[in-house]
Write a new protein. Sequence first.
Length: 349
Amino acid sequence: MQEKEIENVKRAKLRQEKPAVYDKVIKIAERHQQGIATPIIDIAYNYACNLKCQHCSAARFQKKARKLTPADLKKLSDEADSLGLCQFNLSGGEPLIFKDLDEVIAALQPSKFHLSMSTNGHFMTQEMARHLKAIGLDKVKISMDDFDEKLHDSNRNSPGAYQKAVAAMMNARDAGLSVVVQTVVTHQNCKTDRTVQMAKFAQENDFTLDVMVARAIGAWEGKHEVLVDEEDAEFLWQVHQKYPALHRDTFPSYGMDKGCGCVDSTLHLTQFGDILPCVFIHIAIGNIFEESLADIIKRGQSIKCFQKYSRLCLSGEDREFINKYMTKFYGKQLPILWSEAFDEEDFVK
């Protein structure tokens, strides 16, 4: 299928399964033109995980006394619904080991939101996949670090992780869940046949391949040599032309060219209530335990670099943004506050 056909199939599925959510989703383009934020909120409900992946930076986040509860998520989802938001992604850690997973999903009000989950797939059995679909999940995002099985297992520090991830994709698809293969590319591994083969694999199985470019954070903090360059970005675009299943969040989609989507199209919520402009920018623009979601979004939209269009991913490609802002949280407990990262001149007057 071509890109437009893929998008139409996804929209038709949503309209059939969650008409109330579909009614909000089709308004996103109009809201974008009006400058109204409609971010997908990625929620790191708990950092507990069964794996110890090389690139993980969860351990760097400062532990605080108050942590998210299902009641907090219910309040958040009520606020988000009142703002016309329509999508949540549940992450961690590893959501499939959360003891209160069903409670968490119920708190996010599946009838009002398109719900996805980021997982390593270890526990995505056929039974689990069917259960997740039954309680309102729409999509799973399963990590695949490399199309080379040995490299994936090595990065995950877990023999057999690759095969479990592939089995999880098939189990999720068979249960009626949409499947996204998530992968991170560096300058070193981007322009390889493995990237092309992963795109082909996704296309042939009716999956989406969500390509995230490397950021110089976590285990790669300060290692700017992993960042992709213009040739790498062009390579990904050309693979997308051949295999539309390969997607980047900076690519135009559904008739919109939003560029980097910090604040307007994506937000990240930590286990401790902090809201980040995206999962990779470890600068808190507010905390849901202290302020309303509306006020936090308003602050985010008042920061110049998040307000203007950028065809580059700010945290992974824009060297000026990386050097000026990302480096401010290097070596520190995460996240740092917005007041530590941005000066008065960084805000819209």
